[in-house]
Write a protein that binds this ligand. Structure first.
Ligand SMILES: Cc1ncc(COP(=O)(O)O)c(C=O)c1O
Length: 327
């Protein structure tokens, strides 16, 4: 039972996948075995939520995507507006409106031969967008998940900058394998100093004496859910710390939760076999989740309005795709 478990949905058997501008049925949705992402994990991706007709936090996702592409010098060859149009095309082609999870993947492209060197590229990048009907299994939210602290550390920015949402998640997978072997759902990971960094596929928060704590940001993906949770907590007047803390603080926390685009806020029931907090009430997690869900709804509604303006025949000057959609 993890944060990424979804309720089964038979509609996903027939979805169309966007591959380099073509919509192809799922069973024929393939890239070359010479693709850079397949060969060496050389690519950048985003997980985005379609909620009630609009994408949530779309500009933030595009900022992170284009930042990662610039850092890795992957030439996308598409503008932000092109990317948005492609995202809309795939959800429209699949007649999707709500509770949809989209994954946008960009690799450096096909190589002439298995190698790291970009001089072996034979064309532009491979761009793939999958869209699936996906609702998080409520069991994780109700019961809370279990975490196990892996020995695999999150590296500093001079080793592999954790700000990059790269295709290679091997060190996260190694951490997750340790956690599942230990009987836990997901892995908690420390930074090189021994402070708590993040989880293998989500960001980590704990509540201590009414204050919200998360890691410094140097050793974790700058999660969009993480950023929004920090904003809504500050707006609610909560004391918030983005600072080092250790497992000793975690074990004594009143509440622990993890964050990600797919599952939102998911409570953590145990860390390393120790029960967290006094029980299942988790009032801070519940309150922050409600505030986060409201921010998702507001952002998605703003995107749905922009989209409606963009397609309305008599709209003038509407549909500004670059407008920032925050909460
Ligand atoms: C390692 C890692 N941390 C955190 C997250 C959560 O990020 P977000 O809130 O943007 O979905 C992800 C999701 O891709 C991830 O892969």
């Amino acid at each position: 039972m993890g944060t990424h478990d979804a309720l089964p949905d038979p509609r996903n058997a027939d979805v169309l996948v966007w591959i380099n501008g073509e919509l192809v049925p799922r069973e024929r949705a393939v890239v070359s075995v010479f693709d850079s992402g397949f060969l060496v994990g050389d690519g950048i991706w985003e997980g985005i939520r379609l909620h009630d007709g609009g994408f949530a936090f779309l500009d933030r996702h595009l900022d992170r995507l284009f930042g990662g592409l610039a850092a890795t010098r992957i030439e996308l060859g598409m503008s932000r507006a092109d990317v948005v149009a492609a995202l809309r095309e795939v959800v429209d082609a699949n007649e999707m409106d709500d509770a949809v999870h989209v994954r946008l993947m960009v690799t450096r492209g096909d190589k002439t031969t298995p190698s790291q060197h970009p001089s072996n590229l034979v064309g532009g990048p491979n761009v793939v967008i999958t869209a699936e009907h996906k609702v998080a299994d409520p069991g994780a939210r109700e019961r809370g998940i279990s975490l196990f602290t892996a020995t695999v550390r999150r590296p500093p920015p001079d080793t592999l900058d954790q700000r990059l949402n790269s295709h290679s998640k091997l060190h996260e997978v190694m951490a997750l394998l340790q956690a599942t072997s230990a009987g836990a759902d997901e892995a908690l990971m420390l930074d090189p100093t021994g402070a708590v960094a993040t989880c293998n596929a989500t960001n980590f928060f704990c509540v201590r004496d009414g204050a919200l704590w998360t890691s410094t940001g140097q050793y974790n993906l700058p999660g969009i859910t993480r950023a929004v949770v920090l904003e809504v907590a500050r707006d609610a007047g909560m004391e918030v710390h983005e600072a080092p803390f250790t497992l000793t603080d975690v074990y004594a926390a009143q509440e622990v939760f993890v964050t990600g685009t797919f599952g939102g806020l998911t409570p953590v029931a145990t860390v390393d076999g120790r029960a967290i907090g006094p029980g299942a009430a988790r009032p801070v997690t519940t309150d922050l989740r409600a505030r986060y869900d409201a921010a998702v709804a507001a952002s998605a509604a703003a995107d749905a309005r922009r989209r409606a303006q963009a397609v309305a025949p008599r709209s003038s000057g509407g549909g500004c795709l670059e407008e920032r959609a925050t909460s």
